[in-house]
Design a protein around this ligand. Structure first.
Ligand SMILES: [Zn+2]
Length: 107
């Protein structure tokens, strides 16, 4: 679920566009009219995967958390995905992987 004040940066012109979670028409950039709906869907999918990764961490399913965090990161690099990946790697004793996630978290 997107926060009420969510914005999405247009990949074409870089304008930050507000996203109304209750919108009824496809989202387009207010400056250049680029279609933004696919990006909104990708971000929603990535956020859902991070929530699943957090749930897996809470259930001590560290392999599942690592897989879900990687899937989320692949869709959309975000600190939440890196945090889940880092915790999963630490709990699995995978130090090179933990370092990899840490670098993603603090580039
Ligand atoms: Zn634009």
């Amino acid at each position: 679920m997107l926060p009420a004040d969510a914005t999405l940066r247009c990949p074409s012109c870089r304008r930050a566009n507000p996203i109304d979670p209750d919108r009824t028409v496809a989202l387009r950039c207010a400056r250049c009219d680029c279609e933004l709906e696919p990006l909104v869907l990708i971000r929603s999918a990535a956020e859902a995967l991070v929530r699943q990764a957090c749930d897996a961490l809470a259930k001590d399913d560290f392999a599942g958390a690592a897989r879900l965090a990687t899937q989320s990161w692949t869709l959309m690099p975000a600190p939440e995905a890196a945090s889940c990946g880092l915790l999963a790697a630490i709990n699995r004793g995978e130090l090179p992987n933990a370092e990899h996630w840490h670098q993603r978290l603090h580039p």
